[in-house]
Design a protein around this ligand. Structure first.
Ligand SMILES: [Zn+2]
Length: 270
């Protein structure tokens, strides 16, 4: 992605200290610094990546040194805590920015020959000047699937969830696997049931740290729930009237659950 040549117009700056974003406090919400040059904030950028444009302004990701004190009225905050407080479009651009910064930090040398990498100007990639190997940003595709059985849906509790929280099943796609095969395998491994009618639902970038969630719906086809103790603590069939605590609106998990609830014509409050 080629940055604009002028460099004289105000831009959005996504400035990170590790994985925390620099935000301006604006009443109950937060905003982002809009500056011609990031140095105008009084901070020194360590690296700079053009992200594209939003609202007719260019967007840049920059990194600042560990221990940098934010300017007055500004703070470094973790991305997840910013959902609902930062404009949603800016939030997802920040999700892109944090992944690019992380990739930049962790891909400095060629994995084949150890030579320092060179950033390509024509695409989001780094090239080894010695052996020519290309390195692209890391992206880990993961499937997420809502399984329905009549008026009930399958929800499970992972060992690392917050207390009382249940969600639909999800897991990473393995090399050589189609998305549909990953859906069948995950459901089989985690709860031991068979499914059918696998349909694409939608997708969502999930920058914690670098996933792409690909959502599906499916129908129960047979078997009894047998949980994989290593991954899952509890799983069961839930109806609209006896739902446990479910994930927040940021997630595609919630969009899947809301889709199912809407079909039952009883939207969940809260
Ligand atoms: Zn190399």
């Amino acid at each position: 992605m080629v940055p604009p040549e002028t460099g004289s117009e105000p831009a959005w700056w996504f400035a990170f200290q590790e994985n925390k974003l620099l935000v301006c406090e604006e009443g109950s919400g937060v905003g982002l610094p809009i500056l011609v040059d990031f140095s105008d904030s009084g901070l020194t950028p360590l690296s700079n990546h053009y992200l594209g444009s939003f609202d007719d302004r260019p967007c840049y990701a920059v990194e600042v040194a560990e221990g940098t004190i934010p300017p007055a009225g500004m703070n470094f905050e973790g991305l997840r805590q910013l959902y609902g407080r930062l404009d949603e479009d800016l939030f997802w651009i920040a999700g892109r920015a944090v992944q690019i910064m992380d990739w930049d930090r962790t891909h400095r040398f060629c994995g084949r020959c150890g030579t320092p990498l060179r950033t390509k100007s024509t695409e989001r990639a780094k090239e080894c000047p010695q052996c020519g190997l290309l390195h692209f940003p890391r992206l880990a595709p993961a499937i997420i699937v809502l399984v329905e059985r009549g008026s009930k849906l399958l929800l499970a509790r992972s060992r690392h969830f917050m207390p009382g929280m249940y969600s639909v099943l999800a897991g990473f796609v393995e090399p050589g696997e189609s998305l549909e095969e990953a859906v069948v395998r995950e459901v089989g491994e985690e709860v031991g049931i068979g499914i059918k009618d696998i349909k694409y639902f939608g997708s969502q970038p999930w920058p914690f740290p670098h996933s792409l969630m690909i959502g599906f719906t499916a129908t129960y086809a047979g078997g009894e729930i047998t949980i994989d103790d290593a991954e899952i603590e509890d799983a069961g069939w839930f109806s609209v009237d006896d739902l446990p605590r479910i994930p927040g609106r940021i997630s595609i998990a919630r969009k899947l659950i809301d889709w199912f609830l809407a079909k039952q014509e009883k939207p969940h409050e809260g």
